[in-house]
Design a protein around this ligand. Structure first.
Ligand code: 13P
Length: 394
């Protein structure tokens, strides 16, 4: 089949300022995608399993500095042993009727947790797999300043990424995440920040796929600021446009990826208030305008919303009668763990209570992925606590 571009496409490219290379890549990829390779089929099936109905992701990949903040809130010392005990209780959460894997398809770990074992010497990877959950790994190595900008940052971690991916795959990882951070202010995000973060996400996604890992692409627009919902929607649309342009240019196989964006909410100090339906409409509109239908699922971060707020917003999105070609699910850290942490308090006698909190929140979010959650039908220890952390670093 010829890949020559016809006059209509050329005119469209001119009017939309799209380079010839991008269009040619689309055509070439489309041709090769009519028949999936074995590795593409494998990536698609992992991505689909992660967003299967009623399920989402538990993000338990907080770096040690973040765990310091979490543990200091409940008076627990931030040691490797305490982090291991805490994560161990999360991963084996079960009660007489339910197990975590009914609502949680995959768990994101960091490097330390990925190599830890429980008290019986069973590695956490085995614990997750035996309990029916897919292990994932955080691959970015934090953020560093983008010099010359207004305090903007770029995520690091591309060095040796291919060999890191291959090692994690051998140990059982089947998906990964990489978080980039964009800030809203009068003159941010800058074009440089959006472009460079999009490129690093695309490079990461491409390297993951070469090594059999489904990349979760996470361009997070932070909630810091007093901007309104409309402003966040505009910025989220811009950031996602840059992200998908870069993913196309890097030949990323979209069917074998997941997106982890912020929900479109007003800034933390905005004085206007919005309903869950407002948030849902603004978020789905932004996604419709920017995220290709080939992407199988969108797993939102919670971004400092309270547990109940995050559940209600996700539920409202899934109730909306708007075109949604992707599954809409969750990959929460704070909005799944806040109540469990509060119940645990670092005491082994509270482990079962902490697990019960995690199970309840996971159930609530599982219902929200199907638009079946009823407001306040699940009550947990910290369900309305605000989890916002200024300039949040993971
Ligand atoms: P929050 O849900 O706490 O925003 O964290 C999401 C995240 O990026 C962790 O992977």
């Amino acid at each position: 089949m010829s890949t020559k571009l016809n006059i209509h496409i050329l005119l469209y490219m001119q009017s939309h300022n799209i380079s010839r290379m991008v269009i040619e890549n689309c055509i070439l990829q489309k041709m090769s995608y009519t028949q999936y390779t074995d590795s593409q089929t494998q990536l698609m099936s992992i991505a689909k399993a992660i967003v299967s109905p009623g399920k989402g992701v538990l993000a338990a990949d907080e770096i040690n500095a973040t765990m310091e903040k979490r543990f200091s809130g409940i008076g627990v010392e931030n040691t490797e042993e305490n982090r291991k005990i805490y994560r161990g209780l999360l991963f084996s959460a079960t009660n007489s009727q339910h197990s975590l894997s009914e609502y949680i398809s995959g768990v994101i770990l960091n490097h330390e947790t990925f190599h830890q074992s429980n008290e019986d010497g069973v590695s956490f990877i085995d614990v997750l797999q035996k309990n029916g959950m897919i292990p994932g790994i955080k691959l970015d190595q934090g953020v560093t300043p983008l010099v010359g900008t207004n305090d903007e940052v770029i995520a690091e971690g591309l060095d040796r990424l291919s060999s890191r991916c291959s090692e994690y795959y051998k140990l059982g990882a089947r998906f990964a995440k990489w978080r980039c951070v964009l800030k809203i202010s009068e003159n941010t995000p800058s074009e440089l920040a959006m472009k460079e973060n999009a490129n690093v996400l695309a490079r990461y996604a491409s390297i993951c796929q070469q090594n059999g890992l489904v990349p979760i692409v996470e361009p997070e627009v932070l909630r810091d600021g007093d901007h309104d919902l409309e402003k966040n929607q505009k910025v989220t649309e811009q950031v996602l446009s840059y992200t998908y342009k870069a993913l196309m240019e890097h030949h990323v196989f979209l069917e074998g990826t997941l997106l982890k964006p912020n929900m479109v909410t007003a800034g933390q100090s905005c004085t206007k208030s919005y309903t869950a339906k407002d948030v849902a409409k603004a978020t789905v509109t932004a996604l419709q305008r920017t995220v290709p239908a080939a992407v199988p699922g969108i797993v939102f971060l919670s971004g400092g919303q309270s547990e109940e707020e995050a559940t209600l917003n996700l539920n409202a999105m899934n109730q909306l009668e708007m075109v949604k070609p992707w599954r809409l699910s969750f990959s929460f850290a704070r909005a799944l763990q806040a109540s469990a942490l509060k119940a645990w308090q670092g005491k082994s006698c509270n482990a079962t209570a902490a697990q019960a909190e995690l199970l309840k929140r996971s159930y609530a979010n599982g219902m929200a992925t199907q638009g079946k959650y009823e407001e306040n039908s699940v009550s947990t220890f910290a369900d309305t606590d605000d989890n916002f952390v200024a300039q949040h670093v993971y």
